[in-house]
Design a protein around this ligand. Structure first.
Ligand SMILES: Nc1ncnc2c1ncn2[C@@H]1O[C@H](COP(=O)(O)OP(=O)(O)OP(=O)(O)O)[C@@H](O)[C@H]1O
Ligand SMILES: Nc1ncnc2c1ncn2[C@@H]1O[C@H](COP(=O)(O)OP(=O)(O)OP(=O)(O)O)[C@@H](O)[C@H]1O
Lengths: 216, 216
């Protein structure tokens, strides 16, 4: 059972605290405004009202006892930076901060954040990949050089199997599943033959992916 | 070349417009506040200042000519709903709206949105999966029943190959890559032998994933 501190009940913080509790962690939430925590009281383990830039207030939470501390404040960047830095000074094991702009990320990482999350940037990248010119239905970047994407099965592949085409050796990608009418069916057999109107869920690095996207 | 309309230059809208332009689409941006579009002028194809709840203003954009129209407004839900509905009435081909709360999604889908995006909710789910009790380093849901996750190689697997373990037939998951010191190496050979301290990138449905996470 993990114990997790979540500071700031904006959209991201609220969803995070709710999901962490759902997955079985003990969650403590803090916000400086009372009305932001009222409706979460019955869901989370503990809740506290207070301004976390106040050292005494933060010290009273016992930050060293939490497995992970989240700072989910966007609009007031100075508060986010101060709280991140104070948490680290007080012995927080692992600090994750939310950032709104790339420049915030640099300062947060230099002042105590072990990791930074960009909700809007990540969602925008996924949407931009999905709606750009290429024949892509969904696209998720796992690292800067490895992605998962959903594409229509190339016409030249219909009626042939993974093995016959030599997908792995020729294109250096991994077909992980087929999508047909919103249902995803994991592919575990290289004898699988592609059919018309199927989408492929493919995994591979950037170079392999762009070659894959240009097959007719 | 796709042509895309993006209304609302908040954090999500700005990232979206920038990325869509980067991936080769023609992008038009609109915001009611001039200072929100100034710095994007040199990047996007066209920019316009105006209140999109005004029918005449929206009609002047020629919304029927865009492949996709995005409504990226969160704080003013009424404006988001009005604009989404007006776009559809004026013949927009495909409308994607950003939502802040689940209740917004319902109204947006009923009033013209073809799709709804929740940036904060999706980012929070990914973070909550990553930091919950289970031995998971990253976790992305592609659909409600298919996910990609990164876990430590189970001790009982170290020194054995995918084929020897019978990963696919026994666990109904697909090992798509190995992660070692931040580098992801696609796995395309079932003779691959797992080593200590490697992470696995695995794809599978919810049932198969939770079985996989409980192996020692
Ligand atoms: N010093 C502070 N101490 C405790 N809580 C704070 C502090 N400063 C801000 N907060 C709280 O953090 C929450 C989130 O702040 P903010 O509105 O900046 O988020 P946001 O980036 O817009 O979030 P989201 O995009 O997730 O909605 C608010 O509920 C606010 O009351
Ligand atoms: N009626 C409207 N017509 C055109 N632009 C609008 C209208 N209403 C709001 N906007 C613009 O939409 C942008 C985004 O609005 P808002 O602040 O609600 O976003 P947000 O949900 O906080 O975004 P994010 O989380 O992406 O930062 C603002 O720049 C605002 O000026």
């Amino acid at each position: 059972m993990k114990t997790i501190l979540v500071i700031g009940m904006g959209r991201f913080g609220r969803h995070l605290a709710t999901r962490l509790t759902e997955f079985g962690s003990e969650v403590m939430i803090v916000d400086k405004e009372e009305d932001k925590i009222q409706d979460l009281l019955p869901i989370v383990t503990r809740a506290q009202i207070g301004d976390c830039t106040d050292e005494k207030m933060l010290a009273s939470l016992g930050v060293g006892n939490f497995d992970t501390c989240f700072v989910c404040i966007g609009d007031d960047f100075q508060a986010s930076l101060e709280i991140t830095s104070l948490l680290k000074d007080m012995g927080a094991k692992y600090v994750v901060a939310k950032a709104d702009r790339a420049i915030h990320e640099k300062f947060l990482l230099r002042n105590g954040a072990d990791e930074v999350i960009h909700p809007e940037r990540d969602a925008a990248l996924r949407a931009a990949n999905k709606y750009s010119a290429r024949n892509v239905f969904d696209y998720i970047q796992l690292t800067s050089d490895f992605s998962i994407f959903e594409i229509a099965a190339p016409e030249s592949w219909v009626g042939r199997s993974i093995k016959q085409i030599g997908v792995r050796s020729k294109y250096n990608v991994n077909i992980i599943a087929i999508k047909k009418n919103e249902e995803i069916i994991p592919i575990t057999n290289v004898e699988y033959v592609f059919k018309k109107d199927e989408h492929l869920i493919v995994a591979g690095n950037a170079k392999a992916s762009s070659r894959m996207l240009s097959i007719k």
